[in-house]
Design a binder for this molecule. Structure first.
Ligand code: GDP
Length: 434
């Protein structure tokens, strides 16, 4: 998925544009209780096409220290990993010195830059652009992030140079594509080495560019898996080492490309905001998930209880996932972890027939009917499967816009329980019957 990075001084409308570009995904997860959302990274979609969006809030290229410097450092990393940069300026305010500083930085980025003039609703195209030709970044594209004018055209122009990738083959014998994600130092590389061992790695091709994720096929207990790497693994002697530093963009890419995520947490540390953000991305993407609480060898009983309570409180939205308490360093718990990966993969890829789904729907309706909403009484008639990874159940009926979120969750649980889907979320879509 191409990565679009938004850059610009404060108040030009980056977050408004970000929300518009990632809107479809926001709507899907907006009613999940307890979910921490990171507003700076998201997935957008035009038709079947997906792209990643990063908002580099508060980018000040001359900040030397403090929080502004740290934000600038993260923005620099996003710029380095971008496929295309959208440089936002404010068509109403006109050109400012801060814009010129940012432009100077972006001209050195070695990445394609599109100059976007925001707040251009109701303005003449030539007028909106006139000031900004001086930046030397090509023809300015006028948009209105608040009203949506020009946004679709902007996305089309931004994605134009990137050919659509064919979806990776789901060939039955290739097994699950697994991404191991987590914040720095939780033990991801150590877990990769525990999984890959010394001899089980099947030869794999290094990709053409360092920005592509590497897929490493391996076999364990007679089963095939493909590891989606996020950290630029290199083989050094007998072990794999990560050669790059932690990257949110690569983590998101890997989550999008895999079937099953293994989220690694560090038992010696409390759950951090970064852990919750990464978990939020997994949920957002609808991926099957297994959680590995690592370094279990390193903590005493008191700490074990404490981290379990911390997880229950801060990651309560991951109730669908299996949790494993492992030691990557001592290779404890790895086999059981992979069994859960297998189960989660099977659940994510399940095929459910229309009669079975409809019977399950009817059983759920008999147990608890959808509440009346004023004069409206939603009628849910039948269900069919609309997709996998995650499984999507499409329910046909009438007055479906009046089904409350709590009832949607009740339906999700009903399907998950009826089909014993372990480790995958499930999504409900409504379609009005005519
Ligand atoms: P990454 O940044 O997530 O890839 O983390 P690493 O795999 O580099 O591990 C970070 C540190 O934690 C290293 O010093 C590892 O040796 C240590 N570590 C990783 N897994 C375990 C474990 O299961 N138990 C203990 N005690 N230490 C571990």
């Amino acid at each position: 998925n191409p990565t679009i990075v938004l850059v610009g001084r404060p108040n030009v409308g980056k977050s408004t544009l970000f929300n518009r570009l990632t809107r479809t995904r926001d709507a899907l997860v907006a009613d999940q209780p307890g979910l921490t959302r990171d507003r700076h990274y998201g997935i957008g979609r035009v038709g079947e096409r997906k792209y990643l969006v990063v908002d580099t809030a508060g980018f000040d290229p001359v900040a030397k220290d403090g929080i502004m410097h740290e934000m600038a450092r993260q923005a620099e990393q996003a710029i380095a990993e971008a496929d295309v940069l959208l440089f936002l300026v404010d068509g109403r305010a006109g050109l400012t010195p801060h814009d010129e500083q940012i432009a100077a930085r972006l001209r050195r980025a070695g990445r394609p830059v599109l100059l976007v003039v925001n707040k251009a609703e109701g303005m003449d195209r030539g007028m909106a652009a006139a000031d900004f030709h001086a930046l030397g970044l090509g023809d300015p594209l006028p948009v209105s992030a608040a009203h949506g004018d020009g946004v679709r055209q902007l996305v089309d122009v931004a994605l134009e140079p990137f050919p659509e990738e064919a979806e990776a083959e789901e060939g039955a014998d290739a097994g699950p594509r697994v991404a191991i994600v987590g914040r720095p130092n939780v033990g991801k590389s150590t877990l990769v080495n525990a999984l890959l061992g010394e001899e089980r790695v099947i030869a794999f091709d290094m990709p053409g560019t360092t920005r592509d994720a590497i897929a490493i096929p391996f076999e364990r207990d007679g089963r095939q898996y493909t590891l989606i790497d996020t950290a630029g693994l290199r083989r050094r002697g007998k072990v794999f080492e990560a050669v790059e530093k932690f990257s949110v963009i690569k983590t998101l890419q890997a989550i999008e490309q895999c079937n099953v995520v293994v989220l690694v947490l560090d038992a010696a540390q409390d759950i951090s905001e970064q852990d919750a953000h990464i978990a939020g991305f997994v949920l957002d993407a609808g991926r099957a998930l297994v959680v590995a609480v690592n370094k279990w060898d390193d903590v005493d009983d008191y700490r074990r209880e404490r981290v379990k309570a911390d997880i229950a409180r801060k990651l309560n939205f991951l109730g669908f996932a299996r949790f494993h308490y492992i030691s990557a360093l001592k290779s404890n718990g790895i086999g059981a972890l992979l069994k859960s990966v297998d189960a989660a993969y099977a659940a994510a890829m399940v095929n459910l027939s229309t009669p079975r789904l409809t019977r399950t729907l009817q059983a759920a309706l008999a147990k608890q009917a959808p509440p009346r909403h004023g004069v409206f009484r939603p009628k849910l008639r039948y269900a069919h499967q609309g997709g996998s990874n995650p499984p999507v159940v499409v329910i046909h009926g009438t007055a479906l816009e009046h089904v409350p979120p709590s009832y949607v969750r009740f339906l999700e649980h009903s399907f998950i329980e009826a089909f014993r889907l372990q480790g995958t979320p499930l999504r409900i879509q409504f379609r009005t019957a005519h």
